[in-house]
Design a protein around this ligand. Sequence first.
Ligand code: PLP
Ligand code: ZN
Length: 382
Amino acid sequence: MIDLTCISCGRHYKKSKGRYYCEDCGSIMGTLVVDYDFTGMKITRDMFSPTASIYQFEKLLPVKNHSKVAGAIGGTPLLLFENCFGIDQLYVKNDGMNLSASFKDRASIIAVNMAIEEGYDTIFCASTGNAASSLALVSASSLLRTVIFVPSSIPSGKMAQLRAAGAEVNIVDGSYDDAFDQSLKVGFENGWYCRNSAINPYLLEGKKTAAYEILVQMNYRVPDYCIVSVGDGTVISSLIKGFEEFKTLGLVDRMPCVIGVQAENAATLKKVFNGGEPFVPIREEVHSIADSISVGYPRDVIKACKFLARSGGDLVAVSDKQIKDAIVELATRTGIFAEPAGAAPLAGLKQLLGNKRIQKESAVVLVVTGNGLKDTSAVGGT
Ligand SMILES: Cc1ncc(COP(=O)(O)O)c(C=O)c1O
Ligand SMILES: [Zn+2]
């Protein structure tokens, strides 16, 4: 049984077609949290494998699989590098290994499955690039028509994925935040299924499986820190929720400290978080070489701030130069080539080590959310 709870007012909703957010609080303040009735659910450590794909966690997901490509999503490698970047045990979760080469596939598979189950013929999404290219590739083998809204700043690799997958692409004259607004207008007017960050509460459910996988792959040893980049705030919320759920299920006895990394000139969510409770959303112009996290009106801001506050997490900001350096250092030391947002966690780690907020003895997981081939411009590509 699934229950949806408004993050702001606590009102409950039943899972139903067309229900995306709390009607009292609206789409930003009223994002919904998906809760499961764990009573009587028998979940044991030996049910999960370190290499299996996302649907090994079906009992903890909101929809059954109806797609042909679920086997190519999740189960991404967690690699251990000893004595690397000043950390005794550094783990890198390489989510650039997913079907479309980003973390976003974990959400797209859930959206595609929901759209199929609820009988839609069209699915839409606004995106800085990854969510769109992910949706286009994940839905390609289904009967769904896929309509995409992206800003013209989308990197060429991500655009190539969209074109190759045959999606209908609308290039919006403006920012990602403008593309988001336009997509909602067109998508809801036409009655299409919405795969937009935050507003669709089920996306986070797919993304949380990365946290489950980290714990399974570490043989249920809990890392001290898990570091990930942040734009809208869904990915970080999902990791916190995933770690919390395995604790609630009794599979582990504590949580890692989850730390989010933003780009200095696109640190809107951090500003809201630092403003303290009650969290008040802001909208501003932002710029960064890390296009995936250039978000000036974060749509999952309330969930991210509340989850961070209750779990003892934090946010840091790094410069574009530090992100650029991190791409090269990560590739040079580990062989993992990340797009700018994927390398940002390493820039964050270096800052946290520098100001002694993280000690070298800590077990740290960096989540690399996107493959470097998607956007090579920061390191000399076109
Ligand atoms: C590669 C990559 N990293 C990180 C993020 C940040 O995720 P969120 O917007 O949910 O905070 C995104 C989102 O587009 C992304 O594509
Ligand atoms: Zn509400």
